[in-house]
Ligand binder design. Structure first.
Ligand code: ADP
Length: 750
C-alpha cells in the first residue's frame, strides 16, 4: 500500500486542501458550538435568575399569606417555559407551599435546603432563589430546568456545522481539483519530463512552462539544468566518441603494429625502461625456443643470453647499451645467442630506444636475425670469388653490349691486361688481327638465353701474340632472373693445340710403326710356323738315324760315345716337343681352315680327359665338372686350353691325389670359367710371369716346355677374354678365364 509520501502530488494537494478545510471548519464549528453553549448557559443562568426573581417577587404575597392557590397560579404561568420541569415554593420551614410540574415530568422539585444560586448537574439545572419580604427571607423558590434546550441548540449547531463542513469539503474538492490542475499539472508534467529523461537519457527533452510562479521558475531551472546536462552530455559523448575513435585508432595502430612486428622476418623484442620484455614476435620465440608467455615480463638479460663466438665472453646487454647511448646501437660482431635448448645461433642485431611523444625514453626495441645462412652465403660468395680469382682460366663478365664488366686474375695472366685496363673496354679489344669478331653474334644468342659451349678461337694478348683459347659463354642473370650479360670462361689452349698437333703427328708415326710391327709379327709368326714345321723333318731324321745308330752299333760304343748318343736322342726329343708346342702356339694366331662351330665344352672336357687318360690313371686324379655351356668357337682352341690347365693341375700335384674341378658361371655380363686344383700352388709373385712363353717355375725334373699357359692366354685373348690365376704356395691353384659378351650371344646354355 502506498504511503502518503508516495502518493501523487495532486492527490496530496487535494487531500491537504480537503483535510485542512475539514479540520478548520470542524474546529471552527466546535468552537462556535462550545462558545454558544457557554454563552447560552450564561444566558440561561441570567434568564432563569431573572425568571426566579420575578416568580419569587410574585410569590411573596402568596407566601406571606400562605395562599397556596395564588402561589400555584403564579407557578402555573411557568408552563410557557417548556423546559421547566418543575417549580416549587417552600416555606421558610421547608414545607412546600405550591409546586408546578410539567406534564409527564417524572421528577419533582428537589428538596429545599440547598444554598441559593444556580447549580448545573449533568442533565439539569437547579435554581434556588430566596423569597424575601422586606428584606427578610420568608421562603425559597426552587426551579428545576432541564438542559434539553442546550442540547437542541448543540444539535442544531452540530448539524449546521456538519452541513457547512460537507458543503465546504465539496467546495474544497471542486476548488482543489481546479487548483490541482493549476498547481499539480505543471509538477506532474515536470515529473513526467524528469522520468522520461531518466528513462531515455534524452537530455533534449524540456518541461513546458505554464506559469510565472515558483513552478514556472522550477520548470525554468529544470530546463536549464537539462540544457546544462545536455551540453555536458553532448560534450561527454563527443569526448567519449573522440576517445573511442582514438582508442580504435590506437587499437588499429597496435594491431597493425603487432601484425607488422609478427610479419617481420627478423626477431623483434621490445622492453620497458626497466628492461622487462613487453613484446616478442614469433621469429624471436622460435629462435630462442621460448614461448611468448615465458618471455613477457622477464628481464631481457634473463632470456637473451649472448656471448662472443670466439672468446666465449658475455656480450653487454643491448638494453644497457641502448639506455646508456640513447641512440640506435649495433651489436658486436660474432655474437652468438644461446637458445633455451643450448643451440648456439650466430646473430646480427641492433637495438634502439623507444621514445614517447615528448622524446623521453620509454623502453628499447631489439631486432636480431639468425645469420647462419647469410654467413654460409657470404662464405660461399667469398669461396666463389676466390675460386674465380684463383682460377687459371680467364673469367670475364660482359654486359649485353659487349663491354667488359669483370676481369679476373686468370684473365690478367692469359691476356696480359690488368682489370683496370680492361673493365669498361669492348670485348672486341681481344679479337685477333685479321679475324672477324664473333662476340656480337654470340651476345645475341646469350640475350636469347642460349649458352655457347667450348669453341676455340684465336685471341690477341697485350704483347701482341696470338693465342688459342677455348671459350664457354653463359648468360648472366640478375636477382630477378633477367639476363643482364654474359660470363665468359676462356682457357689458354695454345699448348694443348700444339700438343694435339704433336700427338696427331706421333699417332700417325705410331700407326706406321704398328703397321710395320704387325707386318714383322706376321713375318715372325709365319717364320716360327714355317721354322717349327720345317725343322720337324730334319729333327725326325736325326731321331731316326740316332735310334738306328744305337740299334746297330751300340755294342761298339764306349761309355762316352754311348752318353753322347743318349744326349743326342734326349735333345732331339726335347727339341721335337719344343717345336711341337711352338707350332701349336703359332697356330693359335692363324686362322683355322675349318669354320666356326658350336663347341660343347662338356664334350671338350671328355676329350681332354681321354687325352690325359694315362696321367690321370697314374696320379689317381679325380676330375669333376659342372654343367658347361656350348660356345660358337673352334674346338681346336678350347681342347689345348683345357688340356694345358687340367694337365698342369695333374702335373703340379701335391701329396694328395689331384682333385680338379671345372666350372662355368655368368658374372657381370661375361662367362667365367675356372679350373681349380689341390696341387702345390703358385706364390703370388709368379702369378703374372707364368703366362710368358717358356717361363717355368720348375726345373727339368718336371717335364714341360713352358709354353702351355702362353697358349692358354693366346686362346682366351683371341676370344677377347682375360686369364689369371688365384693361388698361394701349398694351397692349390685356380685358373680363371673369361669369355666376354661378344662371344656369349652365341652361347647355348645347357
Ligand atoms: P710347363 O708346364 O710346360 O712347364 P706351362 O706354361 O704350362 O709350362 O706352365 C708354366 C709354369 O707354371 C710351370 O712350369 C709351373 O711351374 C707353373 N704351373 C702351371 N700350372 C700349375 C699348377 N696347376 N700348379 C702349380 N704350378 C703350375
Amino acid at each position: 500500500m502506498l504511503s502518503f509520501r508516495d502518493i501523487p502530488v495532486k492527490q496530496k494537494l487535494m487531500m491537504a486542501t480537503m483535510v485542512t478545510t475539514a479540520v478548520a471548519l470542524l474546529l471552527a464549528g466546535i468552537g462556535i458550538v462550545l462558545a454558544d453553549s457557554l454563552l447560552f448557559r450564561g444566558y440561561l443562568q441570567r434568564d432563569l435568575s431573572g425568571l426566579a426573581h420575578i416568580i419569587a417577587d410574585n410569590s411573596t404575597a402568596a407566601l406571606a399569606f400562605n395562599d397556596q392557590r395564588s402561589a400555584a397560579e403564579t407557578l402555573a404561568a411557568l408552563r410557557v417555559r417548556t423546559h421547566l420541569v418543575a417549580a416549587c415554593i417552600y416555606r421558610r420551614d421547608g414545607t412546600m407551599l405550591a409546586d408546578y410540574r410539567r406534564t409527564g415530568a417524572q421528577s419533582g422539585c428537589p428538596a429545599p435546603g440547598a444554598p441559593d444560586g444556580i447549580r448545573f448537574t449533568s442533565a439539569a439545572l437547579t435554581v434556588s432563589y430566596p423569597i424575601l419580604l422586606s428584606g427578610h427571607r420568608i421562603g425559597t423558590l426552587v426551579l428545576l430546568y432541564d438542559l434539553g434546550e442546550i442540547q437542541e441548540r448543540m444539535k442544531l449547531y452540530g448539524l449546521t456545522v456538519l452541513g457547512v463542513l460537507l458543503a465546504s469539503i465539496l467546495i474544497a474538492f471542486v476548488l482543489s481539483s481546479r487548483l490541482r490542475t493549476i498547481i499539480a499539472a505543471p509538477i506532474s508534467q515536470l515529473a513526467r519530463a524528469a522520468t522520461s529523461v531518466a528513462r531515455t537519457k534524452d537530455y533534449s527533452i524540456r518541461a513546458r512552462k505554464n506559469s510565472g510562479d515558483e513552478l514556472g521558475v522550477l520548470v525554468d531551472a529544470f530546463n536549464e539544468m537539462l540544457a546544462g546536462i545536455q551540453s555536458r552530455d553532448d560534450n561527454l559523448r563527443n569526448a567519449l566518441l573522440d576517445r573511442q575513435e582514438a582508442l580504435k585508432e590506437a587499437q588499429n595502430a597496435r594491431e597493425s603494429l603487432e601484425t607488422t612486428v609478427a610479419s617481420i622476418g627478423d626477431a623483434v623484442i621490445a622492453t620497458d625502461i626497466e628492461g622487462r620484455i613487453v613484446l616478442a614476435n614469433r621469429v624471436a620465440q622460435s629462435l630462442m625456443k621460448l614461448l611468448e608467455s615465458e618471455m613477457i615480463g622477464k628481464h631481457l638479460d634473463e632470456v637473451f643470453r649472448i656471448f662472443n663466438e670466439f672468446t666465449g665472453a658475455k656480450v653487454e646487454s643491448p638494453v644497457t647499451k641502448v639506455l646508456r647511448e640513447g641512440a640506435i646501437v649495433g651489436m658486436a660482431n660474432h655474437t652468438v645467442l644461446i637458445a633455451r635448448d643450448g643451440t648456439e645461433i650466430p646473430i646480427d642485431d641492433s637495438g634502439a630506444p623507444i621514445r614517447g611523444a615528448s622524446g623521453e625514453i620509454q623502453g628499447t626495441v631489439l631486432v636480431f636475425r639468425d645469420v647462419t645462412a647469410k654467413r654460409r652465403a657470404d662464405e660461399t660468395g667469398r669461396l666463389l670469388a676466390s675460386i674465380v680469382e684463383s682460377s687459371d682460366d680467364a673469367i670475364i663478365g660482359h654486359g649485353l653490349g659487349g663491354v667488359i664488366i669483370a676481369w679476373n686474375r686468370g684473365a690478367e695472366r692469359i691476356f696480359g691486361y690488368s682489370a683496370e685496363e680492361m673493365i669498361g673496354k669492348p670485348a672486341s679489344a681481344l679479337t685477333a688481327p685479321g679475324r672477324v669478331d664473333e662476340m656480337p653474334e654470340i651476345l645475341e644468342r646469350i640475350a636469347r638465353g642460349e649458352r655457347v659451349d667450348q669453341f676455340q678461337a684465336p685471341r690477341r694478348t697485350k704483347s701482341g701474340t696470338v693465342i688459342d683459347v677455348s671459350i664457354t659463354i653463359s648468360p648472366m642473370y640478375d636477382a630477378l632472373g633477367r639476363i643482364v650479360g654474359a660470363s665468359k670462361i676462356a682457357r689458354d689452349v695454345t699448348g694443348q693445340v700444339r700438343a694435339a698437333e704433336r700427338l696427331a703427328q706421333m699417332n700417325a708415326d705410331l700407326q706406321r710403326a704398328n703397321e710395320n710391327l704387325a707386318r714383322s709379327n706376321d713375318d715372325l709368326e709365319r717364320f716360327a710356323f714355317v721354322a717349327s714345321h720345317d725343322l720337324q723333318e730334319p729333327l725326325r731324321m736325326i731321331t731316326v738315324y740316332s735310334q738306328l745308330l744305337i740299334r746297330t752299333h751300340s755294342g761298339e760304343f764306349d761309355d762316352q760315345a754311348a752318353m753322347c748318343v743318349d744326349n743326342i736322342v734326349g735333345g732331339t726329343k726335347r727339341m721335337r716337343e719344343l717345336l711341337s708346342d711352338l707350332l701349336a702356339y703359332a697356330e693359335i694366331g692363324g686362322t683355322p681352315e675349318e669354320p666356326v662351330q658350336t663347341v660343347d665344352l662338356n664334350v671338350v672336357i671328355e676329350k681332354v680327359t681321354q687325352n690325359l687318360k694315362v696321367a690321370i690313371e697314374d696320379s689317381g686324379a679325380v676330375i669333376t665338372a659342372g654343367r658347361l655351356p656350348s660356345l660358337s668357337a673352334y674346338e681346336g682352341h678350347f681342347i689345348p686350353l683345357f688340356q694345358n690347365l687340367i694337365g698342369n693341375a695333374i702335373k703340379y700335384r701335391g701329396e694328395q691325389p689331384p682333385r680338379i674341378h671345372v666350372s662355368a658361371q655368368m658374372s657381370d655380363g661375361e662367362l667365367r670359367f675356372s679350373v681349380a686344383d689341390n696341387g702345390i700352388g703358385i706364390p703370388p709373385q709368379h702369378h703374372q710371369k707364368i703366362f710368358t712363353p717358356f717361363k717355368r717355375l720348375h726345373g727339368k725334373a718336371t717335364p714341360g716346355t713352358g709354353i702351355g699357359l702362353a697358349i692358354c692366354q693366346r686362346v682366351v685373348e683371341r676370344y677377347g677374354g682375360r686369364i689369371w690365376v688365384e693361388s698361394d704356395a701349398g694351397k692349390g691353384a685356380t685358373f680363371i678365364f673369361t669369355v666376354p659378351d661378344i662371344a656369349i650371344h652365341a652361347v647355348e646354355e645347357n
